[in-house]
Design a binder for this molecule. Structure first.
Ligand code: CO
Length: 159
């Protein structure tokens, strides 16, 4: 495994759309391992491949329930609305409130190429939506309701 450089701020790759993975080969498996290591090292709970410069629909998430390696995610259904503070590994030093679904149903391929359907609530739902947005070149700042002041800074989840 190896750490990869996290693209930040105005890096144009963060605004590009990622392509579907058609074959889960060694490059994709290595990418997933490196993303896991990079995400943990940066104290994030989610990371999307474009954040490490790879325009593929690949995501890692760990909200404290173990690592999830997600390929070709598709949000099937959403319910509810929650407004919480969120930050992003690609936008260091800022955070803000964003409205996200309270519940999502997600379909994806795991690293063995098996189709998985999960339901996630609260922080997991938020992380899923934040990362899928990254795959479409969308950043949370596009949806922010209000930026936080310094006093709130430690409360955000860095996705
Ligand atoms: Co992010």
């Amino acid at each position: 495994m190896a750490l990869r450089e996290i693209r930040i701020d105005d890096d144009p790759i963060l605004r590009k759309k990622s392509r579907v993975v058609s074959e889960i080969n060694d490059r994709i498996l290595t990418l997933l391992e490196d993303m896991e290591e990079t995400m943990i090292h940066a104290n994030g709970i989610g990371l999307a491949a474009p954040q490490v410069g790879v325009l593929r629909r690949v995501v890692t998430i760990d909200v404290g329930e173990g690592i999830m390696k997600i390929i070709n995610p598709e949000i099937l259904e959403v319910r509810g609305e929650v407004i919480e503070i969120e930050g992003c590994l690609s936008l260091p030093g800022i955070s803000g409130t964003v409205e996200r679904p309270e519940w999502v149903k997600l379909k994806y391929l795991n690293e063995n190429g098996e189709e998985v359907i999960i339901e996630g609530t609260d922080l997991l739902a938020r992380a899923i939506c934040h990362e899928v947005d990254h795959l479409d070149g969308i950043l949370y700042t596009d949806k922010v309701i209000e930026y936080c002041t310094d006093e709130d800074e430690n409360e955000e989840e860095i996705i």
